[in-house]
Design a protein around this ligand. Structure first.
Ligand code: MG
Length: 269
């Protein structure tokens, strides 16, 4: 299953993304699809009412998630911890990004005037399917996962480094590009390649096989602290190769099976 969220005639819709036979171009099947509900229960099953098709390339995509919270894992790849001069953490290191930081595919990331160094961080994102609280070691984690997407955990590195709380460094509006779609067709445990390009040059290329804390550990750990709701987003950490970008740069986070999350960078006006 692959789905997206998109804008049509001024209103937001969820849509299934399907490849049309005989045509390499993915198309959206517009559907009356229940959004993942943050309030109760499981995600609704897929609806049966199909509407008109729209080519994905022509769709005005929105962030494919509407999370009640965005939980991020810091330093989940050894080489990335080392490049920033940090020890490998003994337990998952968690922080939040606010839902107000979400940005759709193609949206412009705005560098705040108060920061002199802003970095891309390409990451695998996990979307929660079912309410999830205090999972036991014996509980399977996969039933709680709706699917996967690309995330750019955009960061004001100078602010992150000088403040013990990362609220400012990680939390500005536009600092969480997500998308373009959510899919359940990939397997991070088997290994998923996460690549980040800046202006077409590859800057990051990591594999989720190299997570310090695999997804089941991360999700169980988070669920001991807080209830994860359907639609919540987990950013699983960035591989080595982070670096600064400036106005005019274009960042592309790519994961095979999901596609590319492409966002231009500009200075806050
Ligand atoms: Mg990160």
């Amino acid at each position: 299953m692959k789905y997206c969220r998109f804008l049509l005639n001024g209103s937001a819709h969820y849509g299934l993304v399907e490849s049309v036979v005989g045509n390499n171009e993915d198309e959206i099947m517009r559907l009356l699809l229940q959004a993942p509900q943050a309030s109760d229960g499981d995600v609704e099953g897929l609806p049966s009412r199909r509407m008109d098709r729209i080519p994905l390339a022509q769709a005005s995509l929105l962030p494919p998630v509407q999370p009640s919270k965005i939980v991020c894992v810091g330093r989940n790849y050894r080489e990335h911890a080392a490049e920033l001069g940090h020890e490998v953490p003994q337990e998952p290191l968690l922080f939040f990004k606010p839902p107000s930081s979400l940005l759709p595919p193609g949206g412009t990331i705005l560098r705040p005037k108060v920061s002199v160094r802003t970095d891309y961080e390409g990451e695998l994102g996990v979307v929660i399917a079912r309410r999830c609280h205090r999972l036991a070691d014996s509980d399977a984690v996969r039933p709680y996962i709706l699917g996967y997407t690309c995330v750019n955990d955009f960061t004001a590195r100078d602010l992150q480094n000088k403040e013990p709380q990362w609220v400012r460094g990680k939390g500005f509006d536009t600092f969480c590009p997500v998308g373009p779609i959510v899919t359940d067709g990939i397997d991070p445990w088997a290994g998923v390649q996460v690549e980040t390009r800046v202006n077409g040059d590859v800057r990051q290329s990591g594999n989720t096989r190299d997570f310090i804390f695999p997804l089941d550990v991360v999700i169980r750990y988070i669920s001991q602290i807080m209830t994860l709701e359907p639609g919540d987003l987990i950013a699983t950490g960035t591989p080595q190769g982070v670096g600064p970008v400036v106005a005019g740069d274009i960042i592309e986070v790519s994961i095979k099976g999901i596609g590319s999350l492409r966002n231009p960078v500009a200075d806050q006006p």
